[in-house]
Design a protein around this ligand. Structure first.
Ligand code: ATP
Ligand code: MG
Length: 523
C-alpha cells in the first residue's frame, strides 16, 4: 500500500486517511435515518482510521480485518453500506461485493483499490458496486463517497417508508365505515382495484369519491407509478385539452414552450378525472378517442404518443340526465362506466356517522395537539340525527371545529357552533333507527335500575356485540374483558352470533356506541 495514515495530524502508517473535523449541515440533517457501515480491510490500522473518519460524519460503523470475518458479519447483521478493500487474502473484495448484494441487495458497496487493480474495480462496477476509491484515499474523499452511498440508501428507505405511509393512508383499512352500503362498496373495490379496468365513481359532494379513487390506485399494481388528478371543473374551458394532452410551442398564444399533459405525467399509473361531468363537449370526443386508441396527441401537434394509463372518473352530477340534456356524450359515459361505484349520501348510511366522527376526532386531536376523549351522549344523538348535506366532508369539518372549541376534553353540545344547534330539534326523529345504540349510556337511562346483575350482564353483552357488528375481538375490547370471557358469556346466555362475515374489523366500526374511548390515535 502507498501513502500515510494521519490521525488528526498524527502519522500512523500506510494508506492515507486525513481527518476533517467539519461536519456538514447535510450530514447533520441526514442523521435522522441511521446508516450502518461495514468496513472490511486486512490492515487493522487502516480499517480503524476509516472507521473513525466515517463515524465523524454520523455513520454508524463496524469493521472486520479479514475477508472471512467480513463475510461472517454480513451474515449476522444488516448493513446499508459496505466499504471493502479489493485485494485481500482468502475472501477478497469481489467476493464480499457478491455476498453483500446476494444477501442484502439494498446495500451499497464501495471498493478500495490500489492503482494496479483499477481494472478489477471497473469490473466490480458491473457487478453493481456503488463506486470505487483508488488509494491513497483522503478522509474527505472517503466521507464524500460514503455519504453519497448512504444518501442513496436513505432515499430508497424513505421511498419505501413513504410507500407504506401511502398504503396506510389510502388503503382500504382507512376507509371508515360500518354501513351495509359501504361494506358492499368496499367488497366491490377489492375486486376492481387489482384490475386495469376504468371506474366511474359517483356520489354527492363530500361522500368520499377522492378517497375511493386513491384507494383503487393504492391497491392496484400501478401503485408505485403516479396518481395524477385533474379537476375538469377547475380548469378554464379553453385549457382543458392542453392540461390533459399537453401542447407544443406556438399551439396557442400562451404556449411559449412544449408542455406535457396529465396523460403523459400519469403514464404507467392512474389518471383521475374529477368532476368529469363538467368536461366540455369537444374535449369529451377527444378523450373518448384517447381511451379507445391509448395514444394522445398534444395540442398543435400531429404526432401521436402512446400512453398506458388507467382512467378513473368521478362526478357528483347525474350523467344520465346530462346526456338527456345534451351536455354529456353517451358513448363516453358508457366507456367510462365499464365499472361504476356509487357512494350513498351520508344520511342514507347513518351507521357510518359515529365511526367516522370518532376517526376524525382522533385525527383532529393529533393535528391540533388536543386530547379529547369522546362525545357526550347528547352530541352523539345529534350527530346521528343531523342532516349532513355536505356529507362526510361536513362531518369532518364539524368534528374538527368541536375539537378546537372544546375546553374539557369531552365533546358536548356546548362545543357546537350555534348555527348548527338550530337544527337540534330535527334530530331525534331521524336518529330513531339507531337510537338504542346511541342512548346506550345516556345519563339517567334508568331502564336497568332494579334489574339483576345477571340481566344487566346479559343485556350489555348482547348490545355490545350488536354495536361491534358481532366482532368478538372488538366487543371484548369495549367491555374490557378477554375474548375467552366473552365467549363464556355468549355461551352462558345462549346469545346467538349472526353471520361471522360481519365480524370483519374495520377501524372505527366499534365506536358506534360512543362508549369506548381507546387511547391510541390513528396516524
Ligand atoms: N369512508 C371514509 N373514511 C374516511 N374518510 C373519509 C371517508 N369518506 C370521506 N372521507 C373524508 O371526507 C372528506 C371528503 O371526501 P372526498 O374529498 O373524497 O369527497 P368527494 O366525494 O371527492 O367530494 P367532492 O364531490 O366535493 O369532490 C375527505 O377529507 C376524506 O378524507
Ligand atoms: Mg372530490
Amino acid at each position: 500500500m502507498v501513502g500515510f495514515i494521519l490521525e488528526r495530524g498524527r502519522l500512523l502508517g500506510q494508506g492515507c486517511i486525513l481527518y476533517d473535523d467539519r461536519m456538514s449541515e447535510e450530514n447533520e440533517k441526514n442523521l435522522a435515518i441511521p446508516v450502518r457501515v461495514l468496513l472490511v480491510d486486512n490492515d487493522k490500522d487502516h480499517a480503524k482510521a476509516m472507521h473513525e473518519s466515517l463515524e465523524r460524519i454520523g455513520l454508524e460503523c463496524s469493521y472486520a480485518t479479514s475477508g472471512p470475518e467480513g463475510a461472517r458479519m454480513l451474515n449476522e447483521n444488516t448493513y446499508e453500506v459496505v466499504v471493502t478493500d479489493l485485494m485481500m487474502n482468502d475472501v477478497d473484495g469481489m467476493a464480499i461485493l457478491k455476498k453483500a448484494k446476494d444477501i442484502q441487495p439494498d446495500c451499497e458497496v464501495i471498493l478500495v483499490t490500489g492503482h494496479a487493480t483499477v481494472s478489477r474495480a471497473v469490473e466490480a462496477m458491473r457487478e453493481r458496486a456503488f463506486n470505487f476509491l483508488e488509494k491513497p484515499i483522503t478522509p474527505k474523499r472517503l466521507q464524500a463517497v460514503a455519504s453519497k452511498a448512504a444518501e442513496s440508501v436513505r432515499i430508497r428507505l424513505q421511498n419505501t417508508h413513504l410507500q407504506s405511509r401511502l398504503d396506510e393512508r389510502y388503503g382500504f383499512e382507512n376507509l371508515i365505515f360500518a354501513s351495509e352500503s359501504m361494506k358492499n362498496v368496499v367488497e366491490r373495490l377489492k375486486r376492481i382495484a387489482p384490475t386495469d379496468v376504468g371506474v366511474l365513481i359517483t356520489g354527492e359532494t363530500g361522500t368520499g369519491k377522492d378517497v375511493v379513487a386513491q384507494a383503487i390506485h393504492q391497491n392496484s399494481p400501478r401503485k408505485k407509478k403516479p396518481f395524477v388528478a385533474i379537476n375538469t371543473a377547475a380548469v378554464a374551458e379553453h385549457l382543458v385539452e392542453s392540461e390533459l394532452f399537453g401542447h407544443v410551442k406556438g399551439a396557442f398564444t400562451d404556449a411559449i414552450s412544449d408542455r406535457q399533459g396529465k396523460f403523459e405525467y400519469a403514464n404507467g399509473g392512474t389518471l383521475f378525472l374529477d368532476e368529469v361531468g363538467d368536461m366540455p363537449m369537444p374535449t369529451q370526443i377527444k378523450l373518448l378517442r384517447v381511451l379507445e386508441e391509448r395514444e394522445i396527441t398534444r395540442v398543435g401537434d400531429n404526432k401521436s404518443i402512446p400512453v398506458n394509463v388507467r382512467v378513473l372518473a368521478a362526478t357528483n352530477k347525474d350523467l344520465e340526465k346530462e346526456i338527456e340534456e345534451g351536455r354529456f356524450r353517451s358513448d363516453l359515459y358508457f366507456r367510462l362506466k365499464i365499472v361504476s361505484v356509487h357512494l350513498d349520501p351520508l344520511d342514507q348510511r347513518r351507521e357510518d356517522i359515529l365511526p367516522l366522527a370518532d376517526f376524525f376526532r382522533r385525527q383532529a386531536n393529533k393535528k391540533n395537539g388536543r386530547k379529547t376523549k369522546g362525545f357526550s351522549p347528547a352530541l352523539r344523538r345529534w350527530m346521528v340525527g343531523y342532516s349532513w348535506k355536505g356529507n362526510v366532508r361536513q362531518l369532518k369539518n364539524v368534528v374538527e371545529s368541536l375539537v378546537v372549541m372544546d375546553l374539557d376534553d369531552m365533546l358536548d353540545m356546548d362545543d357546537l357552533s350555534p348555527d348548527l344547534i338550530g337544527d337540534v330539534d330535527k334530530v331525534s326523529s331521524v336518529a330513531s333507527g339507531i337510537e338504542p345504540a346511541v342512548s346506550f349510556l345516556d345519563e339517567g337511562s334508568s331502564e336497568l335500575i332494579g334489574k339483576s346483575m345477571k340481566e344487566i350482564e346479559r343485556w350489555a353483552t348482547e348490545q355490545t356485540l350488536k354495536l361491534a357488528n358481532q366482532n368478538r375481538k372488538e366487543t371484548a375490547r369495549i367491555l374490557g374483558i378477554s375474548e375467552r370471557n366473552l365467549y363464556r358469556l355468549i355461551q352462558k346466555y345462549g346469545l346467538k352470533q349472526s353471520d361471522e362475515k360481519n365480524t370483519e374489523s374495520i377501524s372505527g366500526s366499534s365506536s358506534q356506541d360512543g362508549v369506548e374511548v381507546s387511547p391510541e390515535e390513528p396516524s
